[in-house]
Design a protein around this ligand. Structure first.
Ligand code: ATP
Ligand code: MG
Length: 431
């Protein structure tokens, strides 16, 4: 046998029955997005590297250390597997002139790639679901997006998350804060780690987002952006809070919340849980009013968030939320392969009535379909409610035996193939 190949480190296979949790989450998301009038957008996984450098900021963890970048072998183009989707969505919105007739509310789901140290809740291929509202500048849309996330938690039965809120203000306010921040860190230069030293003059705000516990105390006492906000920024922040209050959404203000990308301004927020260890942020977002312009579009405001699917599912599991596996309704037992041309159309009819059907199929068809006993064993293991037995005698009379696999007694009856629509529907309603 050839050597086994394994998945790339930090990249996971999602297998049944676990994949049922993913499907359930995705359905819940589609419904909640529909209710809030957000529409699906799908952008490529590979984008020009320049998009992320320009979009996320050169001095960020993602751009400095985490991107999977490569050169196109044929034309030398610099490409990157998307580490997040906001930049790609903005590129698409600009490229297709989507804001021409006004704002757009969009959502996406899909894999993202970051070269991080794999651990619980942190992978190299992971999945995000995100919502973006582009072309809207008011605090009501910041609040709408937070309410949307809350509706999603409710639909999923997720309870153990709390909301943290902050405002990063506008560029002139950021500039003042930046000067104060540099002065403060310079005073404590001996306490800065390597990343912080490097970023002190290029991007001091990023220091506040450090994951190094040794930097915590220093960061806690650092000058806070909130103290530098002018009247308009404060009014925006207060309006968001007022809407959350009116909707009974609990939150706390975290003046040290800065997020990992440079594109944010004004409102930023995270949904955090204590139940997943240090990878506790399940969802994060905020306003990014300058990104569209940065990526070459006509200036327009925007706001959005992204959640980590693996972390949300892990938290649901922690909470003991069960998800029913997707089970088959009916298992088709076919003693003689010669009957398949007659049997398979019957199975298709059942499926078209909404009955899910698993057909028995042997590994080695040259050895026949397998004994009745082995077929019934498979039928039992499939979890199906009923077995349909397409024996030669039954078929000769245009009939099939319907046997219950779950009533404990194996009750069975005979049905005529001609009457399939009738018993197909009765099967379906019995399930
Ligand atoms: P963290 O601070 O945990 O590194 P982040 O600020 O880099 O997160 P964002 O870029 O805001 O994360 O992405 C939004 C969400 O995507 C995060 O809140 C998290 O739930 C999820 N996420 C980010 N990176 C990973 C990863 N490597 N593996 C799994 N989920 C991730
Ligand atoms: Mg990160």
């Amino acid at each position: 046998m050839a050597d086994k190949l394994t998945a790339v480190k930090g990249m996971n296979d999602i297998l049944p029955p676990d994949s049922a949790r993913w499907e359930a989450l995705e359905s819940a998301v589609r419904e909640v997005m529909r209710l809030h009038a957000y529409r699906n957008i799908r952008t490529p996984i590979v984008e020009p590297t320049a998009l992320f450098i320009r979009g996320l900021g050169e001095v960020t963890d993602i751009v400095e250390k985490e991107m999977y970048s490569f050169e196109d072998r044929l034309n030398g183009e610099q490409l990157t597997l998307r580490p997040e989707s906001t930049a790609g969505v903005v590129r698409a919105v600009v490229e297709h002139n989507m804001l021409y007739e006004g704002g757009k509310r969009l959502y996406y789901m899909g894999p993202m790639f970051r070269h991080e140290r794999p651990q619980r809740g942190r992978y190299r291929q992971f999945h995000q679901i995100g919502a973006e509202a582009l072309g809207f500048g008011g605090p009501e849309v910041d609040a709408e997006l937070i309410l949307l996330a809350c509706s999603l938690w409710k639909a999923l039965g997720l309870t153990d998350v709390r909301l943290e809120l902050n405002s990063l203000g506008q560029p002139p306010e950021r500039l003042q804060h930046r000067a104060a921040l540099i002065a403060y860190f310079e005073q404590h230069a001996d306490q800065l780690d390597e990343d912080a030293k490097r970023r002190l003059h290029s991007n001091p705000l990023r220091i506040l987002d450090s994951k190094n516990p040794a930097m915590k105390a220093l960061n806690e006492a650092a000058p806070q952006l909130l103290d530098f906000l002018g009247e308009q920024s404060l009014a925006h922040f207060n309006a968001v809070k007022a809407i959350l209050d009116a909707n009974a959404v609990a939150y706390s203000i975290n003046p040290r919340l800065v997020r990992g990308m440079d594109y944010y301004n004004l409102t930023v927020f995270e949904f955090i849980t204590e139940r997943l260890g240090s990878q506790g942020t399940v969802c994060g977002g905020g306003r990014y009013d300058y990104l569209i312009e940065e990526i070459g579009g006509k200036p327009a405001p925007a706001v959005g968030w992204a959640l980590g699917v693996e972390r949300v599912l892990e938290l649901l599991k922690e909470q003991g939320a069960g998800v029913a596996d997707v089970l088959t309704d009916v298992y088709a037992i076919v003693p003689d392969a010669a009957a398949l041309p007659q049997v398979m159309p019957v199975l298709q009819s059942l499926r078209s009535m909404g009955v899910s059907v698993q057909m028995h199929a042997p590994t080695d068809s040259a050895a026949g379909m397998g004994s009745m006993k082995s077929q019934f064993k498979k039928a039992d293991a499939s979890g199906a409610q009923h077995a349909l037995v397409f024996g030669p005698d039954e078929l000769a009379q245009g009939q099939v035996t319907v046997k219950s696999l779950r009533d404990g007694q194996g009750a069975q009856r005979t049905e005529t193939l001609a009457n399939i629509s009738h018993w197909g529907h009765s099967l379906q309603s019995a399930l």
